[in-house]
Write a protein that binds this ligand. Structure first.
Ligand code: UGA
Length: 439
């Protein structure tokens, strides 16, 4: 099949590369000239395991092309994916300007029947808006399909190649058949392709992310109670997660969820609720608790130092919003570092891949002066009063604790991801604080 993907962000680039890998001819379009030039040479703008290999392979096999010319992409393709950003608008709703602009650009260059697919995360009613925009401009026949993406950053290629399910929302039989054909190579069982109408598909995406965010806020809330009553949240997590109705995934308490999706999508669905006069009380609480959870780490550190951390130095391990990505969007590390710096602390930070992006974020916040970016994991510990683990990168899981003790001025570890064992930390002589477990 001939496929065009507009937007080469996480979703667009991964989808384009994977569709090419399953034998289709794919043209990826982006307005960013520099990005496209780099992609043509196989330079990937994001850190995503496995993506470079799959891009290079398919560029070489002449199945994957990059261009800034949307005209070429539209004219040569039967299926056109819109995978542009839907950033948070000023009022918390998703900003659809890029999506609708892409729809108009597609319409201008249509030369026959096209399937226009909304792959971007878009609120309920967007398929209809896209349809109206396109209709204003062209008389060529087309269908709009809502096909939300469920891939996770850091595991994007694997998630795309082996998805749990694929949601296809459209009322057009013709479009449905073509979309099922396109996705068949990625699923072993046809039932994994779930067919529905556009609005249900749009709501499914927000429902999925809100449900996952709910599990996290629920566990963070319980973890805070566990500390008060003297329970161990890790035991509780396994105790409830082994009930097959609950399941073990996405029950890890921590410093709150971040990233480009959960925070934005949770706010966007709340906005949709508001627009339709329906208050989503549970999701509302999920968002509030997530904001509070980030503050809790700063309070915990400050309380340990009896309310005064002025002039103290903290080693931070992990800056990205989760491991295996250099993405700093809505990363809990931002609020934690900002909170500590506001109270007069100095930071020595280390992250395996997110440091360049972090520098940009903290420069915008005007606090880069207070942060030393350390090229090595252990370098960040030098004379630090405490270590704070913010992101659970693999390399932080089994560190050399003796070396940690030797390098730090203090012997305190705040573990925001519960990656160490409290008993072992005690034996090693650390003051150890984690989330929802007894110190
Ligand atoms: C999320 C969803 O998992 C994907 O299914 C979805 O496609 C994507 O959003 C999207 O809408 O594009 P992602 O943002 O890449 O994917 O990251 P997750 O792995 O879901 O993690 C999100 C945040 O939750 C991270 O900050 C992570 O540390 C946190 N988290 C996750 C927890 O605090 N506890 C957990 O048990 C799991």
């Amino acid at each position: 099949m001939k496929v065009c993907v507009i937007g080469t962000g996480y979703v667009g680039l991964v989808a384009g590369a994977c569709f090419a890998d399953s034998g289709n001819t794919v043209i990826c379009v982006d307005i960013d000239k520099e990005k496209i030039e780099k992609l043509k040479k196989g330079i990937i703008p994001i850190y995503e395991p496995g993506l470079q290999e799959i891009v290079l392979k398919n560029v070489e096999k002449e199945r994957l092309f990059f261009t800034t010319e949307i005209k070429e992409g539209v004219e040569k393709s039967d299926i056109i994916f819109i995978a542009v950003g839907t950033p948070e608008g000023e009022d918390g709703s998703a900003d659809l300007s890029y999506v609708l602009q892409a729809a108009r650009d597609i319409a201008k260059h249509m030369n026959g029947y096209k399937i226009i697919v909304n792959k971007s995360t878009v609120p309920v009613g967007t398929a209809e808006k896209v349809r109206k925009e396109v209709e204003k401009i062209t008389n060529h026949p087309f269908d709009v399909v809502s096909n939300p993406e469920f891939l996770k950053e850091g595991a994007a290629v694997q998630d795309f190649l082996k998805p749990d399910r694929i949601v296809i929302g459209t009322n057009s039989e013709k479009a449905r058949k073509i979309m099922v054909d396109l996705y068949s190579p990625f699923v072993r069982k046809k039932e994994r392709i779930i067919l529905m109408d556009n609005v249900s598909a749009e709501l499914t995406k927000y429902a999925a992310n809100s449900m996952l965010a709910t599990r996290i806020s629920f566990m963070n809330d319980l973890a805070n109670l566990a500390e008060k009553v003297g329970a161990d949240i890790e035991k509780v997590r396994i105790g409830i997660g082994t009930d097959s109705r609950i399941g073990l995934a996405f029950l890890f308490p921590g410093v709150g969820y971040g990233g480009s999706c959960f925070p934005k999508d949770v706010k966007a669905i709340l906005k949709t609720g508001e627009e339709y006069g329906h208050k989503l009380s549970i999701i509302d609480a999920v968002e509030r608790l997530n904001k509070e959870q980030r503050k809790i780490m700063v309070d915990r550190v400050t309380n340990f130092f009896k309310g005064d951390i002025k002039g103290k130095t903290f080693a931070i391990w992990g800056l990205s919003f989760k491991p295996n990505t250099d993405d700093m969007r809505e990363a809990p590390a931002i609020d934690i570092i900002k909170g500590l710096v506001e109270k007069g602390a100095k930071i020595q930070a280390y992250d395996p891949v997110a440091m360049e992006n972090a520098k940009k974020v903290f420069s915008r916040l005007g606090i880069n002066e207070e942060i030393t970016y350390c090229p090595k994991q252990y370098g960040a510990l030098q004379d630090a009063d405490a270590l704070i683990v913010v992101t659970e990168w693999m390399e932080f899981r089994k560190p050399d604790f003796e070396l940690i003790k030797k390098l730090m001025a203090g012997n305190t570890i705040f573990d925001g991801r519960n990656i160490y064992k409290p008993e072992q930390m005690k034996e090693l002589g650390f003051n150890y604080f984690s989330i929802g477990r007894k110190p």
